[in-house]
Every structure is written in structure tokens, then in C-alpha cells.
Design a protein around this ligand. Structure first.
Ligand code: GLU
Length: 419
């Protein structure tokens, strides 16, 4: 179980229950969506470089295929559990529904500390994991993508293993691949780019001037580093950035270009030296008074132990499920607006969908088209969420869930029950 003994799947379902109450949703629909359609637990035996054999545990979960083939990433982390993967698959169902993508929700993961593995071991792990879940994935079944601990190279190994088994090259089995083998331009930075579009849209509604705002960011990886750079380039002062092994703070604002260089040389953020910088802890980061807090790391980081210390206007959820339900209520009372994960970080799956469409059509778009179409989809979803939250006087999160669940309920009604 992840930090604070919060069962991630139970905690995810609470968001559905709040939205269901809001619209008096049929209890059968709630019951239906409170379960995952399929889950598979696999053992992954790997020959390590020293000749020994280690066995890792892996999972693939389909939460829902009501609206289309399942879609969701693969996570490699020592914290991975079945309940975590179920919760993340559940979130994907609501994310794809909110964006009206013709896809469902899934997730996979392997309980592994990738820092302990060589590149060759990681490749063997990925290929064996793919072989173990092969009947659960496919372009019209379930399309994996990167998540924490996996990247374009992992997706290339997955695509190759799947293609070798099927006897032909099938790029559309996975998204987030390298561009050279059917990946999409703009996919690697898509989550952070999308976060910025949504943040800007909210600030415009609130009449906040982005250029005079301050922010802190938890996470400086595939998501955190991209949003950090976007915020920095748009004149937002980044007071603090945190990674799992330490963080750095400057009341004058951090130079994100220098921090990116520092990180690219494999240095700890905590050791970064700049104008008035000092090392900080997670507690320091979340209690820094600022305008925007960006949790872009793991689940449950904003919880009942730190919610009282948070002083900001906006929480921009780059991570999946970074805020617990209890903390959410606390933040609402303090009039802090959380841009919910299923909206805030949905640029990733949005461009994954574009990659899938491009692969199927064997015709590739340029970056301008990718970003324009992503902006269009995200801003449409933002507008719907924002308007509904005003209409019903509910949080953006509840509004997002109401919209997503209404589409799922309609699809369920139209399809009916087999047999
Ligand atoms: N792992 C990402 C997410 O949580 C992307 C999933 C995808 O592109 O399928 O949204």
C-alpha cells in the first residue's frame, strides 16, 4: 500500500461516488464502474547479468472498455501494487471519457526498482512482461504507453516483442514510442504542454496575470521538468523544485535552464547552487506560500498531514491522484482551486491518441498540428468542466467526474448488458 495507508483504489472510487451523488446516478452504474473489468497478475522471471534468476511481479488491468479499447501506461516502481494499478486504470477511464477520446482505461506495472537493473536486464524484463500480458494488449484491445519508470525505449522493446510474436510490425500496439518507429512528435512533452494550456485557461478566467505569479513544483522528471520550463519561459517565478532525493529553493526564483543542465549532468537538485538557493524538504516545499503548487511526482502527496500548511491559489495536478479526498475537502474550504489530474495531465493520453491515429493511418502530422489539436481538445474539456463547476457550484474535480461519468453511463445504457 502506498504512503499513509490509503488504499489507492478505494480513494479513487470516492471521487466517483461524490460525482454520482451530484447527479443521482443509477447505483447499478456506480457499481459497474467501481470494479475493474479484468486484471492479470504475472510472474516475470529474469536472468540477471550475474547469472542468477530474479522473479518480479507484474500486472495489467483493464478498468473499462465501454467507450473503446483500453488505454493506459505501464509503471515500473518498487511501490507498484495491484490496488495502485487498479486505481490508475480507473483514472484513465475517466480521463479518456472527459476528453471524449474513443478509448477506455487501463494500466500496467511491474514492482521493480529500475535503478538496480542494467539496461540489458530492463530489456529482458520488458520483453518477458510483454510476453506474459500479450493476450491482454493489442491495437483494438488495450494500448500501453509510458508512465513512471518507463520511456520511449521501453515502448520500443514492447512494440518489437509484440510484433515478433504476431509476425509483422504493429506500431499501433503502443504509444509513446521513439519517432523513428512510429512515435509522434510532441508526445514526450505532451503532458507538461497540456498542463500549461489548462493552467493558462484557468488564469484567464480568474483574471490572474501569469507573469506575476510564483510556483513550486514537486517532481522534475518527464512531467515536472517540462511544466517547470513552460512556467519559467512564461515569466512565472519558480521558488522551489523537489525530487525524491532532495530539492532546492530560492526566494528570488530558480533559473530553470541552469537547473535542467544541472540535472542532465546527473546531479542532485539539492546540491544546486544559484542565486540565494538552499536545500529544502518536501514539507518545506508544500508549506511555501506561492500562487501555484504543481505536484508532478506520485500519489497522495497532498494529504491530511500537510493540507493545513498549504497556502496557494491553484494546485495543478501533474501526477495522477496527488491529492487525497480528505485533503481535497480541506483545500476547498480554503478556496484553493485544484485543476484535477484527469484534466490537468490529460495532454499525455491526448497525444497518445494522436499517435495511435497516425500509426493506423500511416500518415504523420507536424508539431504545430499536434499542439493545435491537443489545445483544442483540452480547452474544450476545460470549458465544459469550468462551466459545470459554476453551474452546480462544485469543485473542478467533481465537475470533471460528472462529465466523464455521464458519458460512461450513456455508453453503458446504449450498449446494454450482454447477454
Ligand atoms: N501514463 C500517462 C497517463 O497516466 C499516459 C497514458 C497514455 O498515454 O496512454 O496519463
Amino acid at each position: 500500500m502506498s504512503s499513509l495507508d490509503i488504499n489507492p483504489f478505494e480513494s479513487a472510487k470516492k471521487k466517483l461516488i461524490i460525482a454520482a451523488k451530484e447527479i443521482n446516478l443509477d447505483p447499478n452504474t456506480v457499481n459497474f464502474l467501481s470494479r475493474v473489468e479484468k486484471s492479470l497478475i504475472v510472474s516475470i522471471p529474469i536472468k540477471m547479468d550475474n547469472g542468477s534468476i530474479e522473479i518480479f511481479q507484474g500486472y495489467r488491468v483493464h478498468h473499462s472498455t465501454i467507450r473503446g479499447p483500453a488505454k493506459g501506461g505501464i509503471r515500473y516502481s518498487p511501490e507498484v501494487t495491484l490496488d495502485e494499478i487498479k486505481a490508475l486504470a480507473f483514472l484513465m477511464t475517466f480521463k479518456t471519457s472527459l476528453l471524449e477520446l474513443p478509448l477506455g482505461g487501463s494500466k500496467g506495472g511491474v514492482c521493480v526498482d529500475i535503478k538496480r537493473l542494467s539496461n540489458a536486464e530492463l530489456e529482458r524484463l520488458t520483453r518477458r512482461y510483454t510476453a506474459e500480458i500479450i493476450n491482454m494488449i493489442g491495437p483494438d484491445i488495450d494500448i500501453p504507453a509510458p508512465d513512471m519508470g518507463t520511456d520511449a525505449q521501453t515502448m520500443a522493446w514492447l512494440m518489437d516483442t509484440y510484433s515478433m510474436q504476431k509476425g509483422r510490425t504493429i506500431p499501433e500496439v503502443v504509444t509513446g514510442k521513439p519517432i523513428e518507429i512510429g512515435g509522434s512528435v510532441g508526445r514526450s512533452g505532451a503532458t507538461g504542454t497540456g498542463m500549461f494550456y489548462v493552467l493558462k485557461a484557468l488564469c484567464d478566467k480568474m483574471n490572474y496575470n501569469l507573469g506575476s505569479m510564483t510556483a513550486v513544483i514537486q517532481g522534475f522528471g518527464k512531467v515536472g521538468s517540462v511544466i517547470a520550463k513552460k512556467l519559467y519561459d512564461n515569466g512565472i517565478k519558480i521558488l522551489g523544485v523537489m525530487e525524491s532525493d532532495g530539492g532546492v529553493f530560492s526566494p528570488k526564483g530558480l533559473n530553470i535552464d541552469s537547473l535542467l543542465d544541472w540535472k542532465n549532468q546527473n546531479n542532485r537538485l539539492g546540491d544546486f547552487q544559484g542565486n540565494s538557493t538552499r536545500e529544502i524538504t518536501n514539507e518545506d516545499l508544500f508549506s511555501t506560500p506561492c500562487d501555484i503548487i504543481v505536484p508532478a511526482a506520485i500519489e497522495n502527496q497532498i494529504n491530511s498531514s500537510n493540507a493545513a500548511d498549504i497556502e496557494c491559489k491553484i494546485i495543478l495536478e501533474g501526477a495522477n491522484s496527488p491529492t487525497t479526498s480528505k485533503a481535497d475537502r480541506f483545500l476547498e474550504e480554503k478556496d484553493i482551486i485544484a485543476i484535477p489530474d484527469i484534466l490537468a495531465n490529460s495532454g499525455g493520453v491526448c497525444v497518445s491518441y494522436f499517435e495511435y491515429v497516425q500509426d493506423i493511418n500511416a500518415y504523420f502530422w507536424d508539431l504545430e498540428r499536434i499542439n493545435n489539436e491537443m489545445r483544442h481538445i483540452l480547452l474544450k474539456a476545460f470549458g465544459e468542466v469550468y462551466n459545470l463547476s459554476k453551474e452546480r457550484d462544485v469543485s473542478l474535480r467533481t465537475a470533471a467526474y460528472v462529465i466523464a461519468v455521464s458519458r460512461l453511463a450513456k455508453a453503458l445504457e446504449l450498449r446494454g448488458l450482454f447477454p
